[in-house]
Design a protein around this ligand. Structure first.
Ligand SMILES: Nc1ncnc2c1ncn2[C@@H]1O[C@H](COP(=O)(O)OP(=O)(O)OP(=O)(O)O)[C@@H](O)[C@H]1O
Ligand SMILES: [Mg+2]
Length: 405
């Protein structure tokens, strides 16, 4: 009988099992709850990361994170576009690989880390970086130090601002101010010269009348008159530059102006061996302007282009709608001699010429006309390769809008 379990023992065992199962159920419930919580946290974390990624991607400024050794760990799309790197190629590169020699002293990782130790965030600073192809890019850079969990230096984050457009507008403003004061000066001088020149021409004519056709001195008088006429043309050009002829605004078909200018020029001998390519927008870009003045502006650019071809080569004339569909963009490109940067700088100044018989007024007048149409002109040129003029035209300002009156 001794090994027959008695009733109270069985009951004790049973209640022990029940107790264990109850505990196990409790643990399982807690485990399931913890797992659900972990899953919820993971989802929240994923959402927060997606949100952060989204924010970083949609910032229009370039964003670059650097690790403690100055290597790039993270960039956004704006930084890739600004520095012209394909997606995923920036991480791993050093800060120095984005900075040209001249900007190095301040933008090595050592120098930057030292500055960030003294001051973080660093205020925006304008400098020059370089893109993947080595082209220099003006940028505004601000930065802040990144810290690890225990406050140790863990790298930095930099924000890059693209300054190319700002720089272009600044250059245009400087150019416009320079041209406007030169224009006033030129017009003033021209005005003063106009009267004595009229006198020279008048007296040369009188002298000619008094000189017999077979008089050997007559040739000299003719020379005086010819040179005086040339001076008068220069003075007229100068006056036009300073104070363009009273323009009349009407609806202008830009393609028609270009075709018309070419039809007048084409007959000249210098055009005979030039291949002319057209690429005109259809429908033609139209704007409110002065067709006569615009024709003169394009004629000057085309004549220069063909002169630069020195006999043979290609001339391309194109039109397209202007930015935002407003006005027009006219491109005149030649495969000619091109020009060095120092010539490019003075291109639109009155009397700047590299030609023996040039007056240097063609492009200064052209500049004034483009300005009257609220336009801009960009010139890209390479010696021995050719030159491209890109003229953007909007509409002519209403009368009286001119600062000079
Ligand atoms: N397409 C071009 N290719 C190369 N150089 C150019 C071109 N267009 C202009 N230039 C340079 O710019 C200078 C100034 O041009 P601009 O038309 O004002 O005067 P010019 O042609 O010398 O004289 P003008 O027009 O009075 O006969 C030229 O002498 C030339 O050196
Ligand atoms: Mg010219």
């Amino acid at each position: 009988m001794a090994d027959t379990p008695n009733i109270p023992d069985i009951q004790a065992q049973e209640s022990m099992w029940i107790e264990i199962i109850r505990h196990m159920e409790f643990f399982y419930a807690q485990l399931a709850e913890a797992q659900a919580e972990a899953e919820r946290r993971a989802e929240e974390l994923g959402q927060a990361k997606a949100l952060a990624d989204n924010i970083i991607a949609s910032i229009s400024e370039g964003l670059i994170a650097l690790d403690a050794a100055g290597r790039i760990t993270l960039v956004n799309g704006a930084a890739e576009r600004l520095l012209d790197y394909p997606h995923g190629e920036l991480p791993g590169l050093s800060l120095e690989s984005l900075v040209p020699e001249d900007s190095r002293p301040a933008w090595t990782w050592r120098a930057l880390r030292r500055r960030l130790l003294r001051q973080s965030p660093l205020p925006d600073e304008e400098t020059v970086w370089r893109d993947r192809r080595g082209r220099e890019i003006p940028v505004g850079v601000s930065g802040a130090a990144l810290q690890g969990e225990r406050g140790e230096a863990a790298g930095a984050v930099l924000v890059l601002r693209d300054l190319r457009e700002t720089r272009r507008l600044q250059a245009q403003l400087i150019q416009a101010a320079k041209m406007s004061s030169l224009g006033r000066l030129a017009a003033g001088v021209a005005h003063e010269l106009n009267n004595p020149l009229g006198g020279i021409l008048l007296y040369a004519d009188l002298l000619m009348e008094d000189t017999a056709p077979d008089d050997p001195r007559r040739r000299n008088v003719v020379r005086i008159a010819e040179q005086a006429v040339r001076c008068r043309d220069i003075v007229r050009g100068l006056l036009d530059f300073g104070r363009p002829a009273e323009p009349r605004a009407a609806r202008v078909d830009v393609n028609a102006v270009l075709r018309n200018a070419m039809s007048i020029l084409e007959g000249q001998e210098m055009f005979h061996n030039v291949a002319v390519h057209w690429s005109l927008a259809d429908p033609a870009p139209c704007l409110s302007g002065d067709a006569g003045l615009l024709g003169q502006a394009f004629t000057n650019i085309i004549l220069n282009a063909v002169e630069a071809l020195e006999g043979t080569g290609a001339l391309t004339i194109g039109s397209e709608p202007g930015p935002d569909g407003q006005g027009a963009l006219v491109t005149i490109a030649d495969t000619g001699r091109g020009m060095p940067p120092q010539d490019r700088e003075h291109l639109f100044e009155p009397f700047f010429t590299t030609k023996e018989k040039g007056t240097g007024l063609g492009l200064s007048i052209t500049y004034g006309i483009i300005e009257r149409h609220n336009g801009t002109v960009e010139v890209v040129s390479e010696v021995g390769r050719g030159t491209t003029f890109r003229v953007t035209l909007l509409s002519m300002s209403p009368e009286g809008d001119d600062a000079d009156g």
